[in-house]
Structure formats: structure tokens, C-alpha cells
Design a protein around this ligand. Structure first.
Ligand code: P1T
Length: 379
């Protein structure tokens, strides 16, 4: 089945009780048992809920995985994944990554005895050098947030197999429409469902997708034991969002391409970071492992002046200054003070993230209006 058909049909079937074509919102915490332990597969909604089951199955299908698990946020899904590890275990992670992921690694799990090494995965030698016999997980975001670096998933998968550790990929920026990390050998795919999967900026949710049954069993145990699950109403909203994922991603990519090229030729713009440029240092890898290049990009203004960046960030009218990304509406952000403020400044600068960097999440509006908005704000 091709992607658009899967986005509409995978995981869902008419409600067995009524024939309702849309999966109902099973707003119930518990389920009747005919005798102790005898039920229809549902005993308590922390463990299983039919609306969540439909969404989990849909996400597993879209990522070419076998099992999906949904959590109350993207961070809760990362939390569950790291809880598979033990004190003394080590993780090798990308150095350019969402600030909240850096924060949970360094300010929560490092204190529980897990070691995180952050490396520039643009050079695989750095990854190999950071791996030790204690490494249990390689963690990559690609494209990275916010520098839009591209990491070679297949090459990381080869390293993870060689060193007998898991490879987890945060696929939030790409969405399963643009990239399926499991096809390149990833063991765990993670999403901030809040972003493109939900697609309408009305839900906070996370997901993990795996193929391996034992890995699924362990993660489902953690999901149920720790309990950071989404409610059925939110699962319904994401099921609804998924039905247009392919169409939205096509338009995000179309609009993204026009804006990236327009910014690149603008006299007030210095660098534009977008993997679709043939001049992007990892463009060849992006072209190999992604189907298109999406609507996320970052850029800096000529002169690299904070006052200019601040004026620009406060001057757009359609692009809203806000955290998050991947919704139908265009957003812009200032990573240094917003999404990546919890990464120490020296670390940010070392990874190429200037204080003045501006990030765009290009939405689905008419391109002429988006360009006009950026033009007036740059002026
Ligand atoms: O916000 P939450 O659903 O908990 O997801 C966290 C997360 C994980 N991974 C990536 C790549 C992310 O971008 C995020 C959340 N990011 C933002 C809120 C942001 O504006 O970048």
C-alpha cells in the first residue's frame, strides 16, 4: 500500500459495535469484566484504550514498523526509551538536538548514572570513537533541530549492529512521509507527535515505533508502569491529522523550497540552513534517505546583530513567534532563547548555533502571502 492510502486507512477500521467509519473517542478509564481477568482485551485505559490502539497501529504502519506506543508528549516517549537503560550504561547522541532532549539527558538521566556523549555525527569517526563496551544506544535526530544537519542513518545502523547497541532516531522534523528510519536500519523511531503528525498545533503527544517484539514488550511495560499516556480525545485528533499527512507534507516541502531559495538570494540574509540545497554539506545523504526536504529551515541575517534579529522576529504578521513546529500555520522562533535555551551557550556556539539564528516552520498558507510577510519584516 502506498503512503497516502496508508495515511488514510492504516490502523483504523469501522467501529465493530456501530459501523462508525471514524474511530470513536473511547472516553472510558475502565472496562467491564465478565469474570476476574475476562475481558475483551481492554481492562484499564492506562494499559490499553481502543482509540490509542488505532493510533499506535497507524503510526507503526506509517513508519514501516510493527508496534507503536503513544505517550503524553515527545519528552515522555524519550523518557520511556531511556528508562530501558541502567546506571553505568552509555548513550552516544547527536550534538545538535532539541533543547528539551539535551535537558532530560543531562539534567535528569545523567544524575541517575547514565553517561551521554554528544558528538558531531557528520563525521562517523566521532561516533565510533565515542562508543565504548557500555554504549547501549546511539541517538540521532535527522534533520537536526535547529541546524538542519543530516545524519546518515544507514551508516549509523551499521555502527550500531557492529557494536551491538540500539539505534534510535528522532524523526520529528522529517515525519514518516519524508523519511522512514527503519528502512535504513533504525531500531526505534521516535516522534514528537505534537508536530507534523498532529499537524494542527492542538495536541501535545509523543510516540515510539519499533519492530522487535521483545523491545516492544519492554517499552509497553514501561508505558504502563510509568503511565505517561495520552488521552483518547488527543489520539482522535492525531488520527484525524494523519489522514492529510501526505498532502500537508507535500505542501510544506513545496513552500519550504520556495522560501529557502528566496531567503538565500535576499541581500539582508546571510546563511540559510535547509537540506534541499545542493550546496548543503549533507545534501547527498538527504537526497538518499529522504523523499523531499520539508518546510523546516534556519537562517541568519547579515551583520549577525541581535537587535536586527529581534526586530525581525517581532515584525512578521503571518509567521507567529512561538515554540513548536509542523502545524498548518507558519511559525518562527529564536532557538537561543526559546527551544534551545537549556543548552549552555558555549555548547550551542560550538555546534554552530549562533545567538542570532532564526528558525522557520513554513506552513501551508499561500506562498505569495508568506513571502510578502518575510519581505516586509526584513525591510
Ligand atoms: O514537545 P514534545 O512533544 O514533548 O516533543 C519534544 C521534542 C522532541 N524532539 C524534537 C526534535 C522536538 O523538536 C521536540 C519539541 N520541539 C519543540 C517544541 C520545538 O519548537 O523545537
Amino acid at each position: 500500500m502506498k503512503f497516502g492510502t496508508k495515511a488514510i486507512h492504516a490502523g483504523v477500521e469501522p467501529d465493530p459495535a456501530t459501523g462508525a467509519i471514524m474511530t470513536p473517542i473511547y472516553q472510558s478509564s475502565t472496562y467491564v469484566q465478565s469474570a476476574p481477568g475476562e475481558h475483551k482485551g481492554y481492562a484499564y485505559s492506562r494499559t490499553h484504550n481502543p482509540t490509542r490502539t488505532a493510533l499506535q497501529n497507524a503510526l507503526a504502519a506509517l513508519e514501516n514498523g510493527k508496534h507503536g506506543l503513544c505517550f503524553s508528549s515527545g519528552m515522555a516517549s524519550i523518557d520511556a526509551m531511556i528508562k530501558m537503560l541502567r546506571p553505568g550504561d552509555e548513550v552516544v547522541s547527536t550534538n545538535d538536538l532539541y533543547g528539551g532532549t539535551y535537558r532530560i539527558f543531562t539534567a535528569v538521566f545523567a544524575g541517575l548514572g547514565i553517561t551521554f556523549r554528544f558528538v558531531d555525527m557528520g563525521d562517523l569517526k566521532n561516533v565510533e570513537e565515542a562508543i565504548t563496551p557500555k554504549t547501549k544506544l546511539i541517538w540521532a535526530e535527522t534533520p537536526t533541530n535547529p541546524m538542519l544537519k543530516i545524519i546518515d542513518i544507514a551508516a549509523l545502523a551499521a555502527l550500531s549492529k557492529k557494536h551491538k547497541c540500539l539505534l534510535g532516531v528522532d524523526n520529528t522534523f522529517a515525519s514518516p512521509y519524508l523519511q522512514n528510519p527503519m528502512d535504513h536500519g533504525a531500531d526505534i523511531v521516535m516522534h514528537s507527535v505534537t508536530k507534523y503528525l498532529g499537524g494542527h498545533s492542538d495536541v501535545v503527544m509523543g510516540a515510539l515505533i519499533v519492530k522487535d517484539d521483545a523491545l516492544h514488550e519492554r517499552l509497553a511495560f514501561i508505558q504502563n508502569s510509568c503511565g505517561a499516556v495520552p488521552g483518547p480525545q488527543d489520539c482522535f485528533l492525531v488520527l484525524r491529522g494523519l489522514k492529510t499527512l501526505h498532502l500537508r507534507m507535500q505542501r510544506h516541502s513545496e513552500n519550504g523550497k520556495v522560501i529557502a531559495n528566496w531567503l538565500a538570494q535576499h541581500p539582508k540574509v546571510d546563511k540559510v540552513y535547509w537540506p534541499g540545497f545542493a550546496t548543503h554539506p549533507n545534501h547527498a545523504i538527504a537526497a538518499r534517505q529522504m523523499r523531499d526536504f520539508g518546510g523546516m529551515m534556519s537562517f541568519s541575517l547579515k551583520g549577525d546583530d541581535m537587535a536586527d534579529a529581534t526586530r525581525f522576529l517581532s515584525s512578521t504578521k503571518l509567521f507567529a513567534l512561538a515554540e513548536s513546529l509542523g502545524g498548518v500555520e507558519s511559525l518562527l522562533g529564536h532557538p537561543a532563547s526559546m527551544t534551545h535555551a537549556s543548552i549552555p551557550r558555549e555548547e550551542r556556539l560550538k555546534n554552530g548555533m549562533a545567538d542570532t539564528l532564526i528558525r522557520l516552520s513554513v506552513g501551508l498558507e499561500d506562498i505569495e502571502d508568506l513571502i510578502a510577510d518575510l519581505e516586509q519584516a526584513l525591510r
